[in-house]
Design a protein around this ligand. Structure first.
Ligand code: ZN
Length: 108
């Protein structure tokens, strides 16, 4: 595995973490908006920003490219897919997201 592949896989893992943490941030963000403004409009604005953020996070993860084969990482057939956003390997070439789990790296 090259340094570029390792860096790209790290970026994919970072994007996944962002997608996992984003829903967790909804309740604190809405609570904070309510505490500051005490208005439904503030809640609506924060909710819209939050929905836009999660849509962007999902889209970024759906269209991320595999560093080895150059095709969509989370797709088995080349089309963007929501179903495989947390797949442990590239749907096209099988490159594992976490290379430390490869027992014999020379056989990969
Ligand atoms: Zn691939």
């Amino acid at each position: 595995m090259t340094a570029e592949e390792s860096a790209a896989l790290g970026r994919i893992r970072r994007e996944r973490r962002w997608l996992i943490l984003w829903p967790v941030s909804a309740a604190p963000a809405l609570w904070f908006a309510w505490r500051i403004a005490h208005r439904e409009l503030a809640i609506a604005v924060v909710a819209l920003i939050w929905i836009g953020g999660i849509a962007i996070a999902i889209a970024r993860l759906m269209f991320i490219r595999c560093p080895r084969c150059g095709r969509l990482f989370h797709s088995a057939d080349g089309a963007p897919s929501l179903a495989k956003l947390f797949a442990p390997r590239c749907g096209q070439c099988g490159l594992r997201l976490k290379p430390e789990r490869v027992i014999y790296p020379s056989l990969e």
